[in-house]
Design a protein around this ligand. Structure first.
Ligand code: PHE
Length: 337
């Protein structure tokens, strides 16, 4: 490094500073020359390589450069144009509140229902969305010619595999894997080839319940359990009624109604003036199912029930269109916070 080169660097640095208008640009010049890894400190380290005769003069000029640059920097910094990106603080603007997440109503119903049944001794069981023909239909005593097996009703993934149309196959999974007693609830997704409208969706959720024991279990036990569940979820004055029905895997089978929680049974728009709202399908497990899962049909007793989660959410929260549950519009979901 010669004295001439040192002078050239000095000229260059002052020219760069002259060209820097904005505060950040000025700061960049300072860092480039005076910063810890800047040029001036680096040059000072090279002082030992300067010819001995030039050294005092080199040191003097370097110090003069530093002083000149620092003075110029202070002046430029004071005059620097204010940074346009920083808007002045406006204390009159409304505050920005952090938004809190809310649990999705479907998840919330699933949690609430499982919690109630947990208090009645039920544990939560799980099963896959992709099921076998055996678990979803055959072992549930559903004959091969039953219309629910049609490709127009069920999403088949091959001859033997399908997207489960109900949570009932989890009954089969549980009974084929352990001996009685079993007392489980099993929430999950189900799939049917339904055209979407205000009350139908090709993808929906059910919660299944199953209680099988080696001591007598009756339809009265089922009714008492569901009555308790009704009061816990819909309110203390809600009652339960059974209507005869048919399911291939329960005998007898019933449809379960809750008395309308809005009008208390006197008739309103929610219950379509009937005073009752359909909630679940249920019944005593058919002995043929016990035989198909390898239970001794003569010494076990049990009931099963299944209900639609979206349906319960819609009834409980007064939601009139099932599609609202899938659109994930935060204005809708935020109401459940
Ligand atoms: N799986 C039946 C359905 O989807 C409901 C049900 C479950 C009925 C358990 C009886 C027992 O309609």
């Amino acid at each position: 490094m010669t004295l001439a080169e040192l002078d050239a660097h000095q000229q260059q640095s002052l020219a760069e500073l002259q060209a820097a208008i904005e505060a950040t640009a000025i700061e960049q010049v300072r860092v480039r020359y005076l910063g810890r890894n800047g040029l001036l400190p680096a040059l000072m380290k090279q002082l030992k390589d300067v010819p001995v005769a030039d050294r005092p003069e080199f040191g003097r000029r370097a110090n003069a450069w530093r002083a000149a640059l620092e003075a110029a920097l202070t002046e430029r910094q004071a005059a620097a144009a204010p940074r346009e990106t920083v808007a002045p603080f406006d204390a009159t603007l409304p505050g920005r509140w952090p938004t809190l997440g809310a649990m999705h109503p479907v998840s919330r119903i699933i949690e609430d229902v499982c919690r109630v049944f947990a208090r009645l001794g039920f544990t939560v069981a799980d099963g896959p969305d992709i099921e076998t023909r055996f678990n979803n239909f055959t072992a549930l005593n559903t004959p091969a010619h039953h219309p629910s097996l049609d490709a127009t009703d069920t999403f088949w993934l091959g001859d033997d595999q399908l997207l489960r149309t109900q949570t009932s196959p989890v009954q089969i999974r549980v009974m084929t894997s352990r001996p009685p007693p079993v007392r489980i609830v099993t929430p999950g997704r189900c799939y049917r080839r339904d055209t979407t409208d205000a009350t139908h969706s090709a993808n929906f959720h059910q919660i299944e319940g199953l209680y099988v024991d080696t001591k007598p279990v009756s339809l009265a036990d089922l009714k008492a359990t569901l009555a308790c569940f009704a009061r816990e979820t819909m309110g203390p004055s809600v009652g339960v009624r059974f209507r005869p029905h048919f399911f291939p895997f329960t005998e007898p089978s019933v449809e379960v109604d809750f008395s309308c929680h809005v009008c208390n049974g006197s008739g309103c728009r929610v219950c379509k003036q009937s005073g009752w709202i359909e909630i679940a399908g249920a019944g005593m497990v058919d002995p043929r199912v016990y035989r198909l899962v390898g239970y001794d049909a003569d010494s076990v007793y049990g009931y099963a029930f299944g209900m639609g989660v979206e349906r319960i959410a819609m009834i409980k929260y007064g939601i009139t269109d099932i599609r609202l549950l899938y659109e994930n519009d935060v204005r809708f979901l935020g109401q459940f916070a």
